[in-house]
Structures are given as C-alpha cells and as structure tokens.
Ligand binder design. Structure first.
Ligand code: SF4
Length: 471
C-alpha cells in the first residue's frame, strides 16, 4: 500500500490558490498508481501539521508542489511535517520514519529535469510548427536575490532545450534580475520567438508584468521596430498548470521510492479511526455541522440545520469533488480555509457510496476523524501556544512577542466562531463525535489562521480595513 501526498501553499483569503494541487491530485488519482493521493496545505486544511495523520498507509511520499526551491520547500514544509531537516533538500530527498510511517520528502516538482519536456510542450501549444531554422525560445523565470537555486533551474532548462536542437536560439531571461526580460529585442535574432513563463500558475506576473515588460499585446504580437525586425512573439501559458506536470510528479515520486519494493501496510490507527466512524455513519450520525444518514445502501450528507427539508428544495451533489467544491465557500461566497468554523453552507445534499464517504468527510472536516479518534483513545498530544510560537520563522517570528492576553483576545474572536475546543490553551474536552457529541472536536494546536491573526495583533494592524497577509 502506498500513499502520495501533494503539498501546496493554499491561502487564508483566496479559494483559487489550492485549485492547481486539487487538479493534479485528481489526475494522479485517475492514474491509479497510488492507493491514495492526499493534499496538504500551509494555509488550509489538512494543515502540514495534520496531513501525515490523515494518510492511510505506512509508505508515504511527499511532494512539494512548488516550481522552485526556497523558503517553503526548505524551511516551512520540513519543519511543519516534523522531518527534523532544514535547508536544501538533497537530490535523493529526505527519508524519515515518523509515527510508524516511512516518509520520503522530495525536491519540488519544478526542479525535475523532465520539466524541460513541459516547457517544450507549452512552446508547441503556442507555436505548433516551431523549428530550429527560425524559432527562438525564451525560458522566462522570476529571478530573485533570495534563492539562487530558482535561477539555476531556469538556466538548466534553457541549457537542456538548447542541446535538444528544437530551436535556433534559447535564452534564459528574468523579471527581477539580469538578464532582464526587457532586453529580449537585443538578445534574440530569430524571426519567431516563443516565450514560456517558468511560473507555477497564471497570475499578476504572467497576465500583466511580463506582457508589459515585453510589449506584448496578446498571445501573438508582431514587432516591426526591434533591431532584428520583423519578429513575431508567441506567448505561452505558464508551465506549472500543464497537465504533464502530473507525469513529472509521478517520476519524482518513483525516483524517491528508489528500489524500495512493494510499499507499506495499512496504518492501524488510521484504519481503526475510520472503522469506528463508519460504524457510527451506518447508524446515522452527525459530525460538526453535517448530518449523515444511511439511505438505501448509500449515504446522504447535508447540513444538520437542513434536517427535515424536502430533497427537492436542496441542491443534490453526487461526487466527492462536487461536495468539496460546494463547501469550500460559505453562503456569502467567502473562502473557508478553516473548515470547523461554523459557516458550512446550507441548501445542499450529497448522495455518496460507502467507499466515497471517508473522502467526503475528509474534505468536509479534514483530519477531524483522525484527531477526534486519537483524543477519544487518549492519544492526542496538544502543543501549547508557546511551543507553536517558538517554532515560527520568517515574518511569523514576531508572534513570540504576543502576551497571553493578546493571544486570548485573538482567540476570543477567531476561535469563538470555530467548533473546536482549544486543547492547546488548556481547555478540556470530555467527549468527541465518537462518544456521540458531534460538535466536540479537539484542537490540538493553534492553526495558521490564528497564528496569522496573532501576528497582526502584535503588529498593531489587526482589524484594519483591507489588511490581510497570506505568506
Ligand atoms: Fe479553530 Fe481556533 Fe483551533 Fe484555529 S486555533 S482550528 S480557529 S479552535
């Protein structure tokens, strides 16, 4: 049995941020090479602290879904997963045994050599008849002074594609460092130029900064006044959203596993938690704000406050993904980074099989079954606030300065809207969903939303209109 975990950044503010990781997870599930594909996030749930607990097998490969190495892949993710590793990840990855699971943490997908094929695929989409007679390629990176590895990857891809012989010229240019993208008219001689942004997704840079710096007016732009005019520039979509990235992820995962044979076993604690939960569900149960009712060999899920409403008055959802996407926003359309906040939208019902139920409940309340079961069996260890505060790095180091009163002030606001009980603040929880109390959910450790709000409080910026931080 083998589990694949994809790690994304996610966002407290914007529901689209996690979308790319969801899509790749779906593509990889369809391929069926892993018994499960699980997503974990820095700013959403399941969080990096929880995600390994939600995994079914004892053989786990973790892939950071980032385009380049940097602060998140080298500092935040290894720290939060508890890998006991900081700094550059070696090419063979980092292997650890954590809680009885063999965990392999790899480099981010963006540094894999197979990304050159993805760049070529993007170039071909923009210019199908590209050829070595008259076509130049520009691999366009962000460039940054903070992490030299991010530029190295762009140079390496440019080098591989130069050697491939598909292009007359190949250039590596950058937005934020030399050689800059604006210098392309001097650098490129060929009459046709394909530009492939080495970026994770469409965004401000790919939609605005790059076209502006290059003078592009659309996907195809004619230039009559460059030193080597006439020239036509073909602007490709960013590499990070290409479906072939799923293949790169699989290659990376296979390489990380190396010669390690047949995979692991089913994780016993995980299996016990879900068996106990399914036994409850078969009789009909509630978890958080959701009501689960067995119905003619299937299960119906709906908001508990919609109990008794006629099915015809509710929107019927029939897939796990449909339910997930519908419940990622509250009724006002706002993103729900913390699923146990009491804002599950009403007005829907989902009809699912027993095989689908665990993933549906996982999406509705990530890690809640596993953590509630651990608490029920006295195996959930709480992490007190000072420990969480000390662990923070980067812009969050300042939360260590928060007084207990400030933390309480923020928690009164944020956590009072949440179903969870703060074990990390010394609160006690005598029951759980496993003892028949659907809203009794343990919070073992302050979530990243609370940490971010405490940071705002310490900075004196909390509650300011339009203020929000998402790094
Ligand atoms: Fe909920 Fe507060 Fe725990 Fe975050 S820290 S999950 S808001 S109880």
């Amino acid at each position: 049995m083998r589990s694949l975990v994809l790690i994304g950044h996610g966002s407290h503010l914007n529901g689209e941020s996690a979308g790319a990781v969801y899509r790749y997870a779906e593509l990889l599930r369809e391929r069926g090479l892993y018994d499960e594909v699980v997503e974990g996030y820095w700013k959403e749930e399941p969080s990096l602290r929880q995600v390994l607990r939600t995994v079914r097998s004892t053989d786990v490969t973790v892939i950071p879904m980032f385009i380049s190495e940097g602060y998140f892949t080298e500092t935040v993710i290894p720290r939060e997963l508890g890998l006991g590793h900081q700094g550059p990840v070696p090419p063979e990855g980092v292997g650890r045994v954590l809680g009885g699971k063999t965990v392999r943490y790899t480099l981010p997908y963006g540094v894999h050599p197979a990304m050159s094929d993805v760049i070529l695929a993007r170039a071909r989409e923009a210019l199908p008849d590209l050829n070595p007679e008259d076509t130049a390629l520009i691999v366009l990176g962000h460039g940054t002074t903070r992490n030299q590895n991010s530029n190295r990857v762009v140079y390496e891809n440019a080098g591989r594609l130069r050697e491939s012989g598909h292009f007359a010229e190949v250039h590596a240019l950058f937005l934020d460092e030399d050689p800059r993208v604006g210098t392309w008219p001097e650098a490129v001689k060929a009459s046709r130029v394909v530009v492939v942004p080495f970026f994770a997704s469409e965004g401000w840079h790919t939609l605005e900064t790059i076209p502006e710096d290059m003078g592009l007016t659309g996907q195809v732009t004619e230039f009559a006044d460059t030193p080597n005019a006439p020239q036509t520039v073909y602007y490709a979509a960013p590499v990070g959203t290409h479906p072939d990235v799923a293949e790169v992820v699989l290659q990376l995962a296979q390489e990380a596993r190396g010669a390690s044979g047949a995979g692991g076993d089913e994780d016993r604690t995980h299996a016990q938690a879900w068996e106990a939960f399914l036994a409850l569900a078969r009789r009909g149960t509630r978890i958080g704000e959701a009501l689960i009712t067995p119905q003619a060999g299937m299960f119906e899920l709906r908001h508990a406050l919609d109990e008794g409403r006629h099915a015809a008055d509710l929107q019927t959802l029939v897939t796990v993904e449909g339910l997930r996407d519908h419940t990622r926003r509250d009724e006002g359309g706002h993103h729900r980074p913390v699923h146990t906040l009491r804002n599950l939208p009403r007005g829907w019902r989902a009809i699912l099989t027993e095989a689908e139920l665990p993933r549906a409940v996982h999406n509705l309340y990530p890690a809640v079954v596993e953590e509630s079961y651990a608490h029920h069996t006295h195996n959930l260890r709480a992490t007190p606030w000072p420990t969480t505060a000390r662990r923070q790095t980067g812009i969050y180091t300042k939360v260590i300065r928060a007084t207990p009163e400030q933390v309480e002030e923020v928690a009164r606001d944020v956590c009072s809207r949440c179903l969870k009980t703060r074990l990390w603040a010394g609160e006690r929880l005598g029951s759980t969903v496993f003892s028949g109390v659907p809203g009794a959910i343990p919070c073992a450790e302050a979530c990243t939303l609370l940490v971010a709000e405490v940071r705002e409080e310490v900075s004196g910026k909390r509650g300011q209109t339009g203020h929000g931080h998402d790094h």
